[in-house]
Design a protein around this ligand. Structure first.
Ligand SMILES: [Zn+2]
Length: 104
């Protein structure tokens, strides 16, 4: 079974990392005050993406255990995709590929 929400969310997190990197590049051409804001925002975006990726890798994901043909989450035992992952995906709901059935 293809785990589409995990694949899609990992791509969004990778895009977020690229945005974080771009902000650091932009900071080099800005005033010290603006550069500090851009660098801090970049660091927050990077840390946010890393934390969410760790949740997807280490905790939440589809297990082999099925309930009426739907896998349980290996971390929280909700049906997959679990509520935690739906909330992780929600900030990216305006991005291409987001599905209305992923609304928490
Ligand atoms: Zn879960």
């Amino acid at each position: 079974m293809t785990d589409e929400i995990t694949s899609w969310l990992r791509q969004q997190l990778e895009n977020q990392r690229h945005t974080a990197h771009a902000l650091k590049t932009l900071a080099m051409a800005e005033s010290p005050e603006t550069a500090a804001i851009l660098r801090r925002t970049s660091d927050q975006l990077q840390a946010d993406a890393d934390a969410k990726a760790r949740l997807l890798t280490g905790i939440h994901g589809p297990s082999d255990r099925l309930v009426d043909g739907t896998p349980e989450c290996k971390g929280c035992r909700d049906l997959w995709p679990c509520t935690t992952v739906l909330y992780l995906a929600q900030p990216f709901a305006n991005q291409l590929g987001y599905r209305s059935e992923w609304l928490p």
